[in-house]
Design a protein around this ligand. Structure first.
Ligand code: NAP
Length: 492
């Protein structure tokens, strides 16, 4: 395999840090203890990163613990000012950060830029919210008592993140943690550690003190994960990734009874009722389904279309899908990049083969384009049914299966017939339908005539096996704080 060379005149080189980061220092390891990072668009190696393990994890925990003592004693305003410097630096470096993200994740450059803006919004929002972590004054039941609550940082927090949003899944955790006064240890996905190290380099430049942010990188996450979960000093685990791994982390952190936040997998229903505006439903389905090549936890996984609109909607959707251009993320014309790796590609193929064997029809796509590699054509399937694998599992690829339904009760039953409960979407002009179905859906978030719902100001998260806790908004701040109740007695 050819090795990717970083040319001297390329500006992102300054942010290109193929290292871990502990106690304010970049850490490399001896040759042989490294793993390769690939560009999924070309399958070329772009970097070698140190394979960190238990020793580095212990060192990072110790450093984070020492730093926590000083960081929590800063005023909220002092922390705010440092976070704002970081926020400004992220935006100043948006072009270089986007290049790094497209290099390691493959998503089109325009999507990488949109993600950096989204990622920075968490730093912006939580830098201010840190000043508003108010407690309460509670009227007591005895005349000589006074009751108040205060909020305090939970402590050293371990943050484990996936590859599909290499920057935003990090800032959505780090920003509230730091604003609350916690120190953190980040373990990014093995495919996308370079976006993480670039962001941390900018945090270092902003003046975030040593030990407050630490970065562990590895191809084998198991020893790091075990130590982070079992070590008593770590008081919080915040994880975004698959439900399967989330369950392991919950079990492993049970002995030390840590506070946990889990942002796990999804199996989102997108429901189009007969009275929906077809143009809006199609536009929003495209955004929900095909963004990041369908590799998002909130992307529409099962599209339910009512009988009366099925033909019109499916034809309009396929017509728009035909306009998508699949290609390298660095080509300006690309709308759909590659899948992240071979197992991602195989999963899409397995779902498609199973559906076709059970009677589904390909309306458009359904194969790899001539580019080959990790690319897959955006696909629309009709005549899909509940006995197909894609009804149960998250496809995590550009495959849109269109189920048919007759009435509201039938579609609510089908939509809720899953262990997941992250996001759901409804398209209708009827307020009554929108309200009733929103209430009945067993999902943490519902988009009504909207296929996109992520924002820093709203609580993001799921129910059932899609997770515990919320990220973003006031609720996202509370994930990094403990409530302490103070009772003053004998006040005469
Ligand atoms: P994953 O395999 O669960 O990995 C996520 C992270 O966990 C990676 O950093 C991974 O490291 C690490 N990890 C894996 N096994 C571990 C272990 N035993 N101990 C400690 N860490 C471990 O998920 P993924 O494939 O990267 O991401 C896709 C999943 O994330 C999908 O299910 C998607 O729905 C979900 N997701 C959810 C949200 C949300 O907000 N709810 C957002 C985005 C994605 P390695 O990379 O080294 O394996």
């Amino acid at each position: 395999m050819d090795e990717f060379k970083i040319e001297d005149n390329i500006s992102y080189k300054n942010l290109f840090k193929p290292y871990g980061y502990i106690n304010g220092e970049w850490i490399d390891l001896p040759k042989g203890k490294s793993f390769d990072i690939y560009n999924p668009s070309t399958n070329k190696i772009i970097a070698k990163m140190p394979e960190m393990g238990i020793d580095e994890t212990k060192y990072a925990i110790e450093s984070a613990n020492i730093a926590f003592d000083k960081w929590k004693k800063k005023t909220a305003k002092e922390r705010c000012l440092l976070l704002r410097k970081w926020y400004n630096l992220v935006l100043e470096n948006i072009d270089d950060l986007s290049v790094i993200m497209t290099l390691e994740n493959g998503k089109p450059l325009k999507e990488s830029k949109a993600e950096i803006i989204y990622a920075s919004s968490f730093i912006d929002w939580f830098s201010e919210e840190g000043k508003r972590t108010y407690g309460r004054s509670i009227p007591a039941t005895q005349i000589d008592k006074r009751i108040i609550t205060i909020k305090q940082p939970v402590g050293v927090s371990a943050l484990i993140t996936p590859w599909n949003f290499p920057a935003a899944m990090i800032t959505r955790k780090v920003a509230p943690a730091l604003a609350a006064g916690c120190s953190v240890i980040i373990k990014p996905a093995e495919q996308t550690p370079l976006s993480a190290s670039a962001l941390i380099y900018l945090a270092q430049k902003a003046g975030i003190p040593k030990g407050v942010i630490n970065l562990l990188v590895a191809n084998n996450p198991i020893p790091i994960g075990k130590e982070l979960c079992e070590n008593d000093t770590v008081r919080k685990i915040s994880f975004t990734g698959s439900t399967e791994v989330g369950k392991i982390l919950i079990k492993d952190s049970a002995n030390s009874v840590k506070k946990v936040s889990m942002e796990l997998g999804g199996n989102a229903p997108l429901i189009v009722f007969n009275d929906a505006d077809v143009d809006i439903a199609v536009k929003e389905t495209l955004a929900s389904k095909y963004r990041n090549s369908g590799q998002t936890c909130v992307c529409a996984n099962r599209i339910f279309v009512q009988d009366g609109i099925y033909k019109k909607y499916s034809e309009a959707l396929a017509k728009k899908v035909a306009d998508f251009k699949v290609g390298d993320g660095f080509e300006h014309t690309s709308d759909i990049g590659p899948l992240i790796d071979n197992s991602g590609l195989k999963k899409v193929e397995r779902h498609l083969d199973d559906a076709i064997a059970k009677g589904a029809k390909v309306l458009i796509g359904g194969k790899q384009p001539s580019l080959g590699g990790l690319y897959y054509e955006p696909t629309v399937l009709t005549e899909v049914a509940k006995n197909m694998v894609l009804f149960k599992e998250e496809t995590f690829g550009p495959l849109a299966p269109l189920f048919r339904f007759k009435d509201v009760d039938e579609v609510i039953n089908m939509a809720n017939n899953t262990n997941y409960g992250l996001a759901g979407y409804i398209f209708t002009k009827d307020l009554n339908t929108a309200w009733k179905v929103s209430e009945e859906l067993q999902f943490g978030m519902v988009g009504i005539n909207s296929g996109i719902l992520s924002t820093e100001v709203a609580p993001f998260g799921g129910v059932k096996e899609s997770g515990i806790g919320r990220e973003g908004a006031v609720e996202g701040m509370d994930e990094y704080m403990e409530i302490k109740y103070l009772c003053f007695g004998n006040i005469m």
